[in-house]
Design a protein around this ligand. Sequence first.
Ligand SMILES: NC(=O)c1ccc[n+]([C@@H]2O[C@H](COP(=O)([O-])OP(=O)(O)OC[C@H]3O[C@@H](n4cnc5c(N)ncnc54)[C@H](OP(=O)(O)O)[C@@H]3O)[C@@H](O)[C@H]2O)c1
Length: 294
Amino acid sequence: MVSRLTLGTAQLGLDYGINNKIGKPQKKKALDILEFAFTNNIRSFDTASVYGDSETILGDFLRNKEHSSCYITSKLGPLAKNEIHHSNLEQEIFQRIQTSLTNLKIECIDNYLIHDFQDIALYDELIPILIKAKSSGLIKSIGVSVYTPQEAEKIIEITEVDTIQIPLSILDQRFLKNSLLKRLKERGFTIFSRSVFLQGLVFMDVNNLPPNLTSANKYLTKLNQLAQENSTNLSKLALGFVNSIEEIDSIIIGVDSVLQLKQNIEDFKSLDIFPFDTSIFANIDENIIDPRKW
Ligand SMILES: NC(=O)c1ccc[n+]([C@@H]2O[C@H](COP(=O)([O-])OP(=O)(O)OC[C@H]3O[C@@H](n4cnc5c(N)ncnc54)[C@H](OP(=O)(O)O)[C@@H]3O)[C@@H](O)[C@H]2O)c1
């Protein structure tokens, strides 16, 4: 069962995030974060083979848990970028799934995503191989992580894909256009959203933005104003916005510390209906909202 919040674990395996001043947490602290999430009923965890030692840390945490009490998403790292040849593809993918299972110390990955959308077009055999892995019981569902609505439009057509992970935030409303989310839901996808805090950009001091993101200043200033005028905070605004979108099954959040997680859980628990007009943030330039362009 997917919980309403999913804990993202890139932060636990890598020095991750635009505003990250402390680097990745020590292993003991990472395990404390996972335990704190579990105790507070966050039972869904998102990792990937390319997130440093995130899978192994999550596996050490899962060692003392019933796997059935958690929902684990991991991802197939890029294929074409690693020059994997078609003739080796099946063996390579099965080997990678096996490595992830060993790292995670579980028998089956609940949700296995294609991490690099480009691989779908470059390898016709990719989806059939994942179907085989699903029939073998190594993975329970097949998903894709996308960055743009155009990519999601292509995934809608692929009937064998069960889940999709999209970027969505108060500053990134691209997926709300053209009834895309509604159509994804009608097609039956389990939908995960990520980037609720845009890697931490939402919390950044507007006077201290990196040179390539100074154009975000006016939006962050408006966001801070909105929070102040309504006696709320940035975390509640960001979480409240995504939580108000009914098509989303689970909101992925990233944190570097128990303190941040505690704050986010408290804020999440106290959310009410989301009454704010956010149309001023509806059309922000992709250079600001797509972290690949930073
Ligand atoms: N292609 C993909 O599949 C893909 C891509 C990206 C992410 N992901 C997944 O999504 C997860 C989340 O990553 P994201 O980029 O979406 O991050 P996010 O949740 O938008 O932002 C997380 C960052 O916000 C800051 N933060 C969180 N709570 C805070 C609080 N209460 N106060 C102040 N700052 C706070 C922290 O950064 P600082 O403390 O460093 O400022 C934290 O690392 C990842 O772990 C990964 O699992 C997947």
